[in-house]
Design a protein around this ligand. Structure first.
Ligand SMILES: C[S@@+](CC[C@H](N)C(=O)[O-])C[C@H]1O[C@@H](n2cnc3c(N)ncnc32)[C@H](O)[C@@H]1O
Length: 195
């Protein structure tokens, strides 16, 4: 049987990318197991590595996962190692296709649209549910910004992204009905729980 590692290596050949950090993936699996979570929503399937990781390393029963790029969606659907995953080809910000609420939502999508995606995701969260957002530190992006000679255009777009991230954090900190906790693991995650 193909292992997650094989899956990861094959996916890298398909498209070089940064899937979820192992530390973050393990944090989420522990969270699922400790809280006996049976279903979750993921926004940003990529090639399906994170959904497969959760599916094979936790007690989750079902994962709905959104991906807006057809190539990634198709790759993930065709190569998935697990039958617990429902791959959905759709921009999460478009339409209103979800008819469900989830106790856990994982956001690993467009870094420049964290606030919009988060606000929409809140509609699909159960009482006491939790949203976990990845890449809250943007370490790789900031390292590149600090160390290399980026073009003026890249510098400007990176500055814009970093500013947006700060605005997202300010927005999260302004929400009184959520308990917001930052964790310095992987590329930084934030755990937001409904009070
Ligand atoms: C970092 S990758 C996801 C990696 C994946 N979670 C993993 O760890 O294997 C981010 C993905 O989010 C997708 N994405 C970005 N914005 C989205 C949106 N609004 N709706 C659905 N997918 C989105 C991108 O196309 C990209 O494939």
């Amino acid at each position: 049987m193909e292992t997650l590692k094989d899956y990861y290596l094959k996916a890298l050949e398909f498209k070089p990318q940064h899937p979820i950090d192992a530390e973050t993936a393990n944090f989420i699996c522990d969270f699922i197991n400790e809280n006996k979570i049976t279903k979750m929503l993921e926004i940003g399937s990529g090639v399906g590595y994170s959904a497969n990781y959760f599916s094979l390393n936790s007690t989750i029963f079902s994962i709905d996962t959104y991906e807006k790029q057809f190539g990634f969606y198709l790759y993930a659907k065709r190569n998935s190692l697990s039958k617990k995953i429902n791959f959905i080809y759709e921009d999460f910000l478009n339409g209103n296709v979800i008819n469900n609420k989830y106790p856990l939502i994982f956001i690993d999508a467009s870094k420049s649209k964290q606030t919009e995606i988060f606000k929409k995701a809140l509609n699909y969260l159960t009482d006491k549910g939790v949203i976990i957002v990845d890449n809250i530190d943007l370490k790789r992006v900031k390292d590149k910004y600090n160390s290399s000679n980026l073009s003026l255009k890249s510098l400007k777009s990176t500055e814009k992204l970093i500013k947006k991230l700060e605005e997202f954090k300010n927005y999260l900190d302004s929400l009184n009905d959520l308990i917001v906790t930052y964790h310095e693991i992987g590329d930084g995650i934030v755990v937001c729980q409904k009070r």
